[in-house]
Design a protein around this ligand. Structure first.
Ligand SMILES: *Cc1c(COP(=O)(O)O)cnc(C)c1O
Length: 369
């Protein structure tokens, strides 16, 4: 049996309906911002439950612009988690700030008990990540940030649809950034990003900044860049957004089936603790496994595209050399880099494929069914 990690050919098999939408766009020639982007932004804001949504070219761009919107400036520090996708940290560096890492916890999320010790007079933002589509403990993060008067920028890039007690990821802090990269829950045909905020001033700044600072064709209000969402991606994203709840529910269901299937194997392989009230969207279905590298090889040889996100922690990458971190600084993150494995659990995985995955894992560990 083949169990593929990517599901994009399946997800967009009804391509004709998308082409019909795109024909409408092409017939108008509205190729830079315009009504299609605006309509998508409104729809996305309504779905998330927030006042403003501002489309950008990528999730990384959404993060960079969000950090700018809360005045993170060169020479300042931004606190984030040691295990994330490199773009979180790249965005901090791109605005001239220094990334300050905090170790993660056993849910693979920022360890909220270690944030306060990382705060210095230079801290200009806390950037928690909804890593793998799972919210961190936002209430504790907001409490700490509030006490120190530091803005919270959420990297909700992989987490469209994730919630804590009904409240969407990306809406807890001052501002939140999402990605619409093909392998995120809300995906488009290439790159796309979107920022959400309830703050009118920030929204106004972001709309100007992503479009050269242009008030109108002839008037430049501030220095800016070109970081606009492509209208054709807004059209694709809008159609995917119509189905997002079905799609996320299918991922949740598959994750539950895998959680169930792995019961009894805790000494070898186990999912993280999943507190009630936290709605994860499983952009990645992560578990901790002994003999991880052997397991991944075994699964791949059985047609199951297991992966590792990621084997080398960011603070040990060449790019991070100038930050002065060393092995041993973030022991939980470093241990997880040796133990975590990502199993295919997306919306197009069938019950049969999950049974097959579980059986293969049981066979690998010599467990009796
Ligand atoms: C995907 C992702 C990003 C970057 O998004 P892009 O759209 O690929 O630029 C940033 N942070 C996290 C946690 C992500 O998962």
């Amino acid at each position: 049996m083949q169990i593929k990690y990517s599901y994009l050919d399946q997800q967009f098999s009804d391509v004709e309906t998308y082409f019909q939408d795109l024909r409408k766009l092409v017939s108008t020639g509205e190729f830079t911002l315009g009504p299609f982007v605006e309509a998508f932004e409104k729809k996305f804001a309504a779905y998330i439950g927030v006042k403003h949504a501002i489309g950008t070219n990528t999730g990384t761009g959404a993060l960079i612009l969000s950090l700018k919107a809360v005045d993170v400036c060169p020479g300042s520090e931004v606190i984030t988690v040691a295990n994330t996708f490199i773009a979180t940290v790249g965005a901090i560096v791109a605005v001239g700030a220094r990334p300050v890492f905090v170790d993660c916890d056993e849910r693979y999320q920022i360890d909220v008990t270690k944030i306060e010790a990382a705060i210095t007079p230079k801290t200009m933002a806390i950037l928690p990540v909804h890593w793998a589509g799972c919210p961190p403990e936002m209430d504790k993060i907001l409490e700490i940030a509030g006490r120190h008067g530091i803005p919270v920028v959420e990297d909700a890039c992989p987490a469209v649809g994730a919630k804590i007690n009904g409240r969407s990821a990306g809406t807890f802090g001052e501002i939140g950034a999402f990605s619409m990269h093909p392998l995120k829950p809300l995906n488009v045909w290439g790159d796309g990003g979107i920022i959400v905020t309830n703050d009118d001033k920030m929204a106004e700044f972001l709309r100007l900044y992503r479009n050269h600072g242009l008030l109108d064709r002839d008037h430049v209000e501030i220095w800016g860049v070109n970081d606009r969402l492509q209208p054709f991606q807004a059209v694709v994203g809008s159609r995917v957004l119509d189905t997002i709840e079905t799609l996320v529910e299918a991922r949740i269901r598959n994750a539950r089936l895998l959680d169930e299937g792995l019961k009894g194997l805790e000494s070898c392989i186990r999912p993280p603790h999943r507190p009630s009230g936290y709605r994860e969207v499983y952009q990645l279905y992560l578990v901790t496994a002994t003999r991880r590298d052997e397991l991944v090889k075994f699964l791949v040889s059985h047609g199951i595209e297991a992966k590792v996100h990621y084997p080398i922690p960011i603070h040990l990458q060449n790019a991070a050399q100038g930050l002065g971190y060393k092995r041993g600084d973030f022991p939980v993150c470093e241990r997880q880099a040796d133990e975590i494995v990502t199993l295919p659990a997306h919306q197009h995985i069938t019950d049969k494929q999950i049974d097959y995955t579980v059986s293969a894992i049981r066979e690998f560990y010599g467990a009796h069914n």
